[in-house]
Write a protein that binds this ligand. Structure first.
Ligand code: LLP
Length: 428
């Protein structure tokens, strides 16, 4: 696995036809660089594989992975729909040009105010509990609302415990055993149940648990049809398709994966005589994960009890290594294909010991001033960044066919103080 790294005539890392070193010079570091074509290719690869096997197929991009408006616009142009998990994501999606029918709102532990917002926005609402159903039914304008439920198919998978969202320990969804009761209740309360949903976790490279969840959800849908006569318009298996972060990991074989899922789906539709509902998936990482690079510069090489390369980003910029122990491949932007000659810890600039991008990472010799590229930084990277340690968030740049555009400006110190008030009695 060489992560599709491209170099230019100078031997430097080329992102979307732009020299990474020039990008760092022009926009400063740390810097997120997104490759527009890669986003479009990933979308098309998933879409083509599934839609060629089942023609009523829709992608609901899980925008929590990356909510930058330019990314959202690219996916709107591609024809995607949106998986939104908060009112803020609904707001962002509407602003990015997605019509409400193209947005599925899957909240969890949702307040009445959030439900009111979703109702007034006109988006589809995917419910996560009986409590939410009952509270929604009491809100003005909820009569006849189109809804669906997230079902926990009692199987989960993911790259880390925090990212497993199905199974007995999970807070998400309704139990499969109560699904018929819950849908019946929804009808009795005057709702229009349109679909059924599950999402079992994130970062899945083994198709087996995903297939098990598909089978279970289809059986649940089949029972609901038999018991209540509800023929769903859509069946949504969520997201979770993983990408390789480590060199020895393999890409998900999308041709095989789509074939297996669609076959299973069609068999179950036939078994229960459920018609031809829309098959939906909600990928986040698969679409944007490998489309972005975090450029960060080494400022300190230090031999302490261990050898460290200190860089100008931290877990405020990219949280995944600290939060999940996630591996992100790191290369020198001036020679991305060079052989490793040492093992070194690559540490961020946050005042915490856990602020490490890599421990004992094999890498070529590093010098102060050298530019590093942290790969696969498109999903859950900027969207999970913070201002911790009072560090302004970095800029984001979009590159397309050798052309770069700033799509989020670097924050300033003033942004750190945004919305703060000093009570007058404390003013100097
Ligand atoms: N649908 C629902 C309802 C979800 O909760 C999620 C992700 C997705 C779709 C998209 O999952 P994806 O295809 O991106 O795996 N911060 C973690 C990932 C958390 C994912 C949360 N839900 C990480 O950095 O790995």
């Amino acid at each position: 696995m060489n992560f599709n790294l491209k170099t230019n005539e100078k031997g430097n890392l080329s992102i979307g036809g732009k020299d990474a070193l020039e990008l760092a010079e022009e926009y400063g570091t740390p810097l997120y660089v997104l490759d527009e074509n890669r986003i479009r290719e990933n979308y098309k690869k998933l879409y083509t594989n599934f839609s060629s096997k089942y023609n009523d197929f829709k992608i609901y991009y899980a925008c929590k992975a990356n909510t930058n408006l330019a990314v959202m616009r690219i996916l709107e142009e591609e024809g995607s729909c949106i998986d939104a998990v908060s009112p803020g994501e609904i707001y962002t999606s509407l602003l990015a040009g997605f019509s409400p029918e193209r947005i599925l709102y899957t909240g969890n532990n949702v307040t009445d105010d959030e439900l009111k917002f979703a109702l007034s926005s006109g988006v589809r609402i995917n419910l996560d509990s009986i409590s939410t159903l009952e509270r929604l039914s009491k809100l003005p304008g909820s009569e006849g609302q189109e809804i669906s439920f997230r079902v926990n198919p009692r199987v989960g998978a993911g790259h880390h415990d925090h990212c497993i969202t199905g199974g007995d320990l999970s807070k998400f969804g309704i139990m499969e055993e109560e699904a018929v009761y819950v849908y019946e209740k929804a009808i009795n309360l005057g709702f229009k149940p349109l679909g059924i949903h599950s999402h079992i976790g994130s970062g899945i490279l083994d198709p087996e648990p995903f297939k098990l969840a598909v089978r279970t959800l289809m059986d649940v849908a089949g029972h609901i049809y038999r018991e209540l006569g509800i023929q769903f318009e859509f069946i949504d298996f969520g997201g979770g398709m993983g990408i390789p972060y480590e060199p020895q990991e393999n890409l998900l074989n999308m041709e095989k994966f789509s074939k297996e899922i669609v076959e299973l789906f069609k068999d179950k539709l036939y078994q229960y005589n459920m018609g031809n509902p829309t098959l939906c998936l909600e990928p986040g990482r698969y679409i944007v994960g490998d489309a972005s690079y975090l450029l960060t510069r080494v400022n300190t090489i230090k031999q302490s009890y261990r050898k460290f390369a200190g860089v100008d980003a931290g877990f405020n910029t990219l949280l995944r290594p600290t939060m999940y122990g996630s591996y992100h491949h790191i290369v020198s932007a001036s020679n991305p294909l060079a052989e490793a000659t040492q093992e070194i810890d690559i540490a961020g600039n946050i005042c915490e010991s856990g602020d490490l991008f890599a421990r004992d990472r094999p890498i070529p010799g590093l010098e102060e001033g050298e530019l590093l590229a942290i790969l696969n930084a498109g999903a859950y990277a900027f969207s999970m960044s913070s201002q911790y340690n009072s560090r302004p968030r970095p800029a984001e740049v979009l590159v397309t066919d050798g052309y770069s555009e700033i799509i989020r400006e670097r924050e300033t110190f003033a942004d750190l103080l945004y919305k703060q008030n000093i009570p007058p009695r404390l003013l100097k």
